[in-house]
Design a protein around this ligand. Structure first.
Ligand code: PEP
Ligand code: MG
Length: 570
């Protein structure tokens, strides 16, 4: 008799294959009294360094094999090991109780985890898992146990109690047929990993791991969240049929994604991708991107001790250009500083990082960073459709300064006689309200604008985008944000410039009629959203969208805007 377990579906599709039960390395910490505090603190320091270097390697591997977003999880882990409060608490216990470092680490990690779990918010629960993961790594380093080395025997469906980010990146991607866990929610790392590599997954499964054996035949349905253990022949036949249907449906969607986004009355808009690595570029093309509307270049500068060399920058950009071919590639110059500390660039910890020394604001003190980046892009972009944009602009002076550096880079390269990109479009991001209000003047110095609604929302509504506690106040559908978007498009068009939008809002099908109606020319989003957004646009009528946008612009609150867009969608 087969058995079924029900859970929460988090990644679509059907996987059929052998189950592989994952048991993480368990460690038992002994507590020793009367230790020498200085000796234990030195051991702790060594373990902290070792754990950090493991994390940097994992981050690098994740960036290359999965993507920038997932790699950022490890950045948070590394920061935690540098947190003076966390490390200070461990040292204080070592001194006060004269116990071994392992016992002190275990005590402090447990305290942090329990405090977070008591907050009952899904976000904090997930952070508790992150801290548990970091603590486990630190203990492994102290005890000389290797936390790595998960070797999958064949392509399998992985079944686990829970999966931490460190666990998930250890598995070889090509050997994962599906993922299922007893714990975890829709935003857990299991869900993120499954969606980004495109395998079915379910979490929160009502299952006893002890009842399962490695190699047992499983059917995992990531669309309805069920796991069938040891299926009967007719269940297996039915699952194979559903799997075939699902695969052909997905293939159809992806095939359609390569068609242009044209409304029923013939207005065509460009749908392009946001990328942050060579790997993302490949996925973008697969999912029908007509180019790239935002290449985030930060990945070239993170996890290292010094500036990437000119040759390194050129090689990486070239690799991306080769994947994108003759499609347009909009590269955003470095957007770092404030909340992302990179010592060799001179960033410091600041009380209000989002209002601090960030992105284009580095230009006064460190013009060479931008100049080098311009040179590398111009050289790598020879023969390609290169477009460059500058982030976080808030005044005309900044645009003029950036433009001048760009012209200098152009001039310098010309004298070398090397081939370089020609007819490069120069643009800016509109993500500070000041820039949105000055489009009329800024337009003289740029070829295009790209609206960054993630930051534009943050700065217009004074809501820190990383602060979960005020997250409910942040919405790009807030009337003030919509008015700034509308004004930007109108002013830019009046000056003959095109406008794109590369914040998360572009991937929301609910926003499509509004943004189309406001006259947006280019929509840039995560690759996986392209098929559905293009499909949504093909069902719209541009003339109706113009009316929808005009009505939405008159509404007074975020909720009335959302309700209205929901109503016209149905
Ligand atoms: C934005 O602010 O909308 C944007 C696209 O940039 P980032 O999310 O990288 O700040
Ligand atoms: Mg931004």
């Amino acid at each position: 008799m087969s058995q079924q377990a029900k859970g929460i579906p988090v990644s679509d599709g059907i996987a059929i294959g052998s189950g592989w039960i994952y048991h993480p390395v368990t460690i038992k910490v002994e507590r020793y009294q009367n230790q020498v505090p200085e000796f234990e603190k030195t051991r702790l320091e060594t373990a902290l360094q070792q754990a950090k270097s493991q994390i940097v390697q994992l981050q690098q591997r994740t960036r290359e094999t999965i993507g920038e977003e997932e790699a950022a999880i490890f950045e948070a882990h590394a920061l935690f090991l540098d947190d003076p409060e966390f490390v200070g608490a461990i040292k204080a216990i070592i001194e006060a109780q004269r116990i071994n470092a392992e016992a002190a680490v275990e005590e402090v990690v447990e305290l942090y985890v329990q405090q977070l779990l008591s907050l009952e918010d899904a976000y904090f629960q997930a952070r508790a898992q992150d801290i548990g993961d970091v603590g486990h790594r630190l203990l492994c380093c102290l005890l000389g146990v290797s936390p790595e080395g998960i070797d999958l025997p064949e392509a399998v469906i992985i079944v686990a109690e829970d999966l931490t980010p460190s666990d998930t990146v250890q598995f070889e991607r090509s050997k994962i047929l599906g993922l299922c866990t007893v714990r975890g929610g829709p935003t857990s790392h299991t869900a993120i990993l499954a969606r980004s590599i495109g395998v079915p997954a379910a979490v929160s499964l009502a299952l006893q791991l002890g009842d399962l054996q490695n190699g047992v035949l499983l059917i995992l349905n990531g669309t309805d969240g069920t796991l069938t253990i040891d299926p009967e022949p007719q269940e297996l036949a039915q699952a194979r049929q559903s799997q075939d249907q699902w695969r052909s449906h997905w293939a159809e969607q992806v095939a359609d994604a390569h068609l242009p986004a044209v409304t029923k009355d013939g207005r065509t808009v460009e749908v392009v991708a946001n990328i942050g690595s060579v790997m993302d570029a490949r996925q973008a093309i697969e999912y029908g991107a007509e180019g790239v509307g935002l290449l985030r270049t930060e990945f070239l500068y993170l996890d290292r001790q010094r500036m990437p060399s000119q040759a390194e920058q050129i090689n990486t950009y070239r690799e991306i250009f080769e994947v994108i071919g003759n499609r347009p590639l909009v590269v955003r110059t470095l957007d770092i500083g404030g909340d992302k500390a990179v010592e060799y660039l001179g960033t410091k910890s600041e009380p209000n990082p989002f209002l601090g020394w960030r992105a284009i604001r580095m230009i006064d003190e460190k013009p060479e960073i931008l100049r080098d980046q311009f040179c590398a892009l111009l050289e790598a972009g020879a023969g390609f459709d290169l477009r460059i944009m500058v982030p976080m602009v808030s005044s005309l002076d900044e645009v003029q300064q950036a433009r001048q550096l760009f012209d200098e880079a152009h001039q310098a390269l010309r004298t070398t006689g090397k081939p370089m990109a020609d007819k490069v479009q120069f643009g800016i991001m509109v993500e500070v309200p000041a820039a949105a209000l000055l489009v009329e003047h800024l337009a003289k110095y740029v070829d295009f604008f790209s609206i960054g609604t993630n930051d534009l929302t943050q700065y217009t509504l004074a809501v820190d985008r990383t602060n979960e506690r005020v997250a409910h106040l942040a919405s790009p559908f807030h009337p003030a944000v919509i008015r700034l978007i509308a004004g930007t498009i109108q002013e830019a068009h009046a000056k003959g410039k095109w406008v794109g939008l590369c914040g998360e809002m572009a991937s929301d099908p609910l926003a499509a009629p509004l943004l189309l109606g406001l006259g947006l020319d280019e929509f840039s989003m995560a690759a996986a959203s392209i098929p559905v957004v293009k499909q949504t646009m093909r069902r719209l009528v541009y003339r109706d969208c113009q009316e929808i946008a005009a009505t939405a612009l008159k509404l007074p609150t975020t909720n009335t805007v959302l309700e209205y867009l929901q109503q016209v969608k149905n």
